[in-house]
Design a protein around this ligand. Sequence first.
Ligand SMILES: Cc1cc2nc3c(=O)[nH]c(=O)nc-3n(C[C@H](O)[C@H](O)[C@H](O)COP(=O)(O)OP(=O)(O)OC[C@H]3O[C@@H](n4cnc5c(N)ncnc54)[C@H](O)[C@@H]3O)c2cc1C
Ligand code: FES
Length: 277
Amino acid sequence: MSSAYLPHEAEIFERLEEGRDIFTLRLRFTDPQMHAAYRFDPGQFNMLYVYGVGEIPISIVSDPEDEHAYDHTIRRLGRVTHTLAELKQGDRIGVRGAFGRGWPMQQAEDKDMVIITGGLGCAPVVSVINYVLNRRERFRRLIIMQGVKHANDLIWREKYETWNRMPDTQVVLAASQGGQGWPWATGHITELVSEIDFDPQNCSVMMCGPEGMMIAALKELLPRQVPEPSIWLSMERNMQCAVGHCGHCQHGPNFVCKDGPVFNYPEIKPLLGIRGF
Ligand SMILES: Cc1cc2nc3c(=O)[nH]c(=O)nc-3n(C[C@H](O)[C@H](O)[C@H](O)COP(=O)(O)OP(=O)(O)OC[C@H]3O[C@@H](n4cnc5c(N)ncnc54)[C@H](O)[C@@H]3O)c2cc1C
Ligand code: FES
C-alpha cells in the first residue's frame, strides 16, 4: 500500500471557536520530524481521519511558513465534522496530505488580485490572503470580496476589518440578509463585482464557494474584459482516496483531488454548472 493512503497521527495544538457551528483546529504531527518536514501550498487540502468515524477533505488555511501548526477551519455538517467539533486540545486524529493543486501564487505576482468567496468558501483563500500580506511587495492591489447568506454567518469579522486597513487592500462584504448593525452591503456579493477598482488586464481572480456564486461572478467579470486564463476557481467534490485512483471526485476528464481543487477557468469551463458534473 502506498504511504499516501496512510494517515499520520496529529495532535490538536489549539482549538478556536469562529462562529455558529464553525471552528478552527490547529494541528501538529506528533512525530517532530514529520512535522518539520511537512509542506503545503495555499489552496491545498488535507484528509482528516477521525478514528472509527471517517475521513474528509478539509482545506489548509494557515500560512505555509507558520512552523507551529497548520490550521483547518471547519463547518459542522454531518458525521465526521460533528465528531471533529467535539475534540479538544490534546486530542489526536489521523492526517494525510497535503494534496491537490493550490492557487497560482507565483503567476499572481506583480498583478492585482481579486478574491471572491461565498459562505465558508473563504477558508481556502485565507492562506492566500496571509501569503500576500506577508509578502506585500510582490503583489499589487488586493481586493477581498466575501458574501454570506445572513450577517450572523460572517466569521473573522475582525480579520476583515484589519485587512481593510492594510495599504492597497480593499475588503467588500455583503450579506443577502443584512439586518440591524450590519455596516456592509446587503445583497449578493457578485452584484458588487462591477463596482470594484482593479486592472482587468493585469489581474488574477481567485474564487471559492458555491458553484452558482462563482458562475454569477463570471457573468460580471467577463464583460469587464478579464481574460479567461486570469480566473481560477476552487472546486468541491466528494473524495475518498485523494490521490487520483478511486474516481469519486471525477469532474469530466479531471480528478478534483489531483488536478484541482484549484482549476484555471478555461480547463473546466465546458462542465461548469452542468448537473451531474
Ligand atoms: C477540496 C475540499 C476542501 C474542503 N474544505 C473544507 C473546509 O475547509 N472546511 C469545511 O468545513 N469543509 C470543507 N470541505 C467540505 C467537507 O469535506 C465536507 O463538508 C465534509 O466532507 C462533510 O463531512 P461530514 O461527514 O461531516 O458530513 P456528511 O455526513 O458527509 O454530510 C452531512 C450533510 O451535509 C451535506 N454535505 C456534505 N458535504 C457538503 C458540502 N461540501 N457542502 C454542502 N453540503 C455538504 C451532505 O449532503 C449531508 O446532507 C471541503 C471539501 C473539499 C472537496
Ligand atoms: S478522491 Fe479518489 S480520485 Fe479523487
